[in-house]
Ligand binder design. Structure first.
Ligand SMILES: Nc1ncnc2c1ncn2[C@@H]1O[C@H](COP(=O)(O)OP(=O)(O)OP(=O)(O)O)[C@@H](O)[C@H]1O
Ligand SMILES: O=C(O)[C@H](O)CO
Length: 372
């Protein structure tokens, strides 16, 4: 029996590789001689660098950069041949800060820009940048700042690039911007396809998970709208017309407009790069999963992308997850046969995350009994 195990990481608790080894341990107990194919997956957010470097045989190196709240963090980047690989979550990710520190008004994406600059300094002109899983809602201004852009308020005062200052931006100065970026070919793996502003935009869709309360959401959205208007005035581009502009707190929009990047749906690009259709050829079934399956899963998350490809090949797919939230009928319509949450009794998210290894083993056992 051929079984493909292809989960995304469960953000904040288990990496794709950890999930795969637990699945393998349980599958071996149930299916003698199973042909188990390991295929860790990511959607542009957390884990993208490891997956990409793994598939392409690239190298990963360490770098010290500015973290989401301004202090230094140890991040990584990858490279393979003439391509430099950046994962935003390594520098500006939400899992780099504690629950109590989350603050999208203060968080900045400067560290992501510093990694890109490192690639330019090393002579790279081809970039793959995974965006998502971010702590920021700064419109990508932190990244632009690290590359030399400056932002000023109406009184000519320079602004620190974060969510709070977006509302005050009057002038965007690109004179000192690193022009090497415009000589570069940049492909961006977005974990979602949301627009920049509005009900489905960056702030209202992802602000709460980044620590925003109602008042903060209003301020952040006002800022994002102001930034959008300034970009229309100065550069003639409306970021709300760009699918994925709202990924990673507006990072998608900034990379597209200011850096000339091509935005792709991360999961589709990674599955294509990994030649996923041939991997699932002849498979009896596929096991996938992500931390939380919710209505956002339909906007380009890993489970959705995998389900789409499995449906095309007629291979059944089953999904594991930490939890299900809201209406996920669309996931079943996409071809996922069933969704198995990890929890096996009432418990808090903290308890579920703390015991995720044992709970996952139990959930995979239940899932296999059901499938087989
Ligand atoms: N072991 C676990 N048990 C229960 N819930 C979990 C577990 N691991 C992660 N989660 C939940 O999943 C969420 C992360 O979801 P996921 O891994 O799908 O990340 P994501 O793709 O960045 O999603 P989103 O952008 O919607 O946060 C966490 O905030 C947490 O609520
Ligand atoms: O980083 C974020 O805002 C989410 O992962 C969506 O891109």
């Amino acid at each position: 029996m051929k079984i493909v195990v292809s989960p995304d990481s469960f953000k904040g608790s288990l990496s794709s590789s950890e999930i795969i080894s637990i699945c393998e341990k349980v599958i071996i107990r149930h299916v003698k001689g199973a042909d188990i194919i390991h295929m860790p997956i990511a959607d542009g957010g957390e884990g993208t660098l490891d997956v990409f470097a793994g598939i392409s045989g690239g190298k990963v190196e360490n770098i010290r950069v500015t973290g989401p709240l301004g202090s230094g963090v140890n991040a990584q980047f990858g490279h393979r041949d003439d391509t430099f690989i950046v994962e935003m979550a390594k520098a500006s990710g939400i899992t780099l800060i504690s629950q109590y520190e989350k603050n999208p008004l203060k968080a900045t994406s400067i560290g992501t820009g510093e990694i890109i600059r490192c690639g330019l300094d090393r002579g790279y002109r081809k970039f793959i940048i995974g965006i998502g899983g971010s702590a920021t809602n700064d419109g990508g201004t932190g990244m632009l700042y690290a590359l030399g852009a400056r932002f000023y308020d109406g009184g000519g005062k320079e602004l620190y690039p974060n969510g709070e200052s977006l509302a005050e931006i009057e002038k965007i100065d690109m004179d000192g911007f690193d022009s090497r970026i415009w000589e570069s070919e940049i492909q961006v793996m977005c974990d979602v396809d949301n627009p920049l502003t509005g009900e489905r935009g960056a702030t209202y869709t992802y602000g709460v998970q980044k620590g925003a309360d109602e008042d903060m959401l209003v301020l952040l959205e006002k800022g994002m709208k102001n930034f959008r208007e300034k970009v229309i005035e100065e550069f003639g581009v409306d970021m709300d017309t760009i699918s994925g502009a709202g990924a990673a707190g507006g990072m998608g929009g900034a990379l597209s407009v200011f850096c000339g990047a091509r935005l792709l749906l991360g999961i589709d690009a990674i599955l294509e790069f990994a030649d996923f259709p041939s991997i699932i050829e002849d498979a009896d079934f596929v096991i996938t999963g992500e931390g939380r399956i919710d209505s956002q899963s339909m906007h380009g998350k890993a489970v959705f992308g995998i389900a789409k490809m499995c449906r095309e090949k007629g291979v059944p797919v089953y999904a594991l997850c930490g939890g299900i939230e809201g209406d996920v009928k669309g996931i079943y319509e996409m071809g996922v046969k069933s969704i198995m949450p990890l929890t096996n009794r009432p418990m808090s998210i903290e308890e579920a995350i703390e015991n995720s290894t044992e709970l996952l083993e139990d959930a995979v056992d239940r899932m296999l009994r059901f499938i087989l």
